[in-house]
Design a binder for this molecule. Structure first.
Ligand SMILES: *Cc1c(COP(=O)(O)O)cnc(C)c1O
Length: 373
């Protein structure tokens, strides 16, 4: 009897390992043989390669994307008593980082079309305690950085970009991560550039800021191992750094592949009562996720699962809906999005045949309503 095909997930980091297995195995062996298991040449080599790739002067490898955000805040002396404006429609990691730095998140709603930070809501959210904005390029779609950087500049606020989902995205041709004072990246396995474990980086053009992050990631140490301020321990593992260097070689091709897959979804899912992701004309979308919206999200998800497709939901609860961050915020666009978003399989190893299965399953769900129109 023929076995049913393996369910298609919204991401497949295992498939990426299999695609570059020999290179990754070689990289891991190199680190094992080197005798350097914390810091050292592999981490430095990845840091310079990633800085060059992201178009910034400095990259500092850290333990994960949450710490990258936390350290970027700490390096600007943002902490207790300070407020940081961001969205609740994000990975809770963004908000956890603000809390870990000791600051208070101040949530703004998202815009209805792109589900990104609503720039019209900024003025109302700003208080005398506001010190920074964390701009989340959610799903890989960049925020309007012309407007956001101008606003931050006008109010003397630190702009930190959360690029955890946006490796490779651009606004008017300029890479995300190059607009603010600092940018934070995550290399969680499913991200556009993924490790085989945890990893993250802070990038910046400011040498003093990069040096401060470097010091803060290791107990506040200087070269003589004297702590100059209370730091943390958040280091990028050399094994992950070596693996990431392999991934970086393939990253541009993978992002191109994501773009081709997204165009294919958009072409073949047209005409259904389903909101497809929209792309601003200035945006170079990095397609970390392909997120559709429907009021029938739960029914569609159930239908897809029965057809061997495991979609994701990013995210079922907004940050202010988690008990940890209940703060009385009312964010109607965010709350509605959480009930409607569904992430279809989107990763570079997805084949056209697999994508066709997803497309057919989505179309079949809506077929009855198509017939009655
Ligand atoms: C993944 C992610 C992070 C942080 O990731 P880690 O899991 O800590 O590496 C931060 N912000 C966003 C938007 C993310 O998607």
């Amino acid at each position: 009897m023929k076995r049913p095909p393996k369910p298609l997930g919204f991401a497949d980091p295992g498939a990426r390992y299999r695609a570059y297995k020999d290179e990754v195995d070689g990289a891991i062996r190199r680190v094992l043989d080197s005798g350097y298991y914390i810091g050292g040449p592999e981490v430095e080599a990845f840091e310079s390669a990633f800085a060059a790739w992201s178009g910034r002067a400095h990259a500092v490898g850290v333990g994960n994307g949450t710490d990258a955000l936390r350290l970027a805040l700490m390096a600007h002396d943002i902490g207790a008593g300070d407020e940081v404006i961001t969205v609740a429609h994000t990975a809770v990691a963004t908000v956890a980082a603000i809390s870990m730095a000791g600051a208070t998140p101040r949530f703004v709603d998202v815009s209805p079309v792109h589900l990104l930070l609503d720039l019209d809501a900024l003025d109302d959210a700003r208080t005398t305690k506001t010190r920074a904005v964390i701009a989340v390029h959610l799903y890989g779609h960049p925020i309007d950085m012309d407007r956001l950087s101008a606003w931050c500049h006008a109010h003397d606020l630190v702009l930190i970009e959360d690029c955890a989902q946006a490796h490779g995205a651009t606004w008017r041709g300029q890479p995300v991560g190059s607009w603010g004072r600092a940018a934070a990246y995550s290399f969680y396995p499913t991200k556009n550039l993924g490790a085989l474990g945890d990893g993250g980086a802070v990038t910046s053009d400011d040498p003093a800021l990069a040096a401060r992050v470097r010091r803060l990631r290791s107990y506040g140490w200087d070269a003589q191992r004297l702590s100059h301020e209370p730091g943390i321990n958040s280091r990028l593992d050399p094994i992950q750094a070596a693996i990431l260097r392999v991934g970086l070689e393939h990253l541009d091709a993978e992002i191109a592949r994501r773009r081709a897959l997204a165009a294919r979804y958009t072409k073949h899912l047209g005409g259904l009562p389903l909101r497809l992701p929209q792309v601003a004309p200035e945006a170079g979308h990095a397609w970390h996720l392909y997120v559709v919206r429907t009021a029938e999200r739960e029914a569609l998800a159930g239908h897809l699962r029965a057809a061997g497709v495991n979609p994701g939901v990013h995210y079922p609860a907004a940050a202010h809906q988690h008990p940890a961050w209940h703060d009385g915020s009312r964010l109607p666009v965010t709350e509605r999005a959480c009930a409607e978003v569904l992430s279809l399989p989107m990763h570079p190893a997805l084949t056209h045949a697999e994508q066709d299965r997803v497309i057919a399953a989505v179309r079949a769900f809506f077929a009855p309503s198509e017939e009655t129109r």
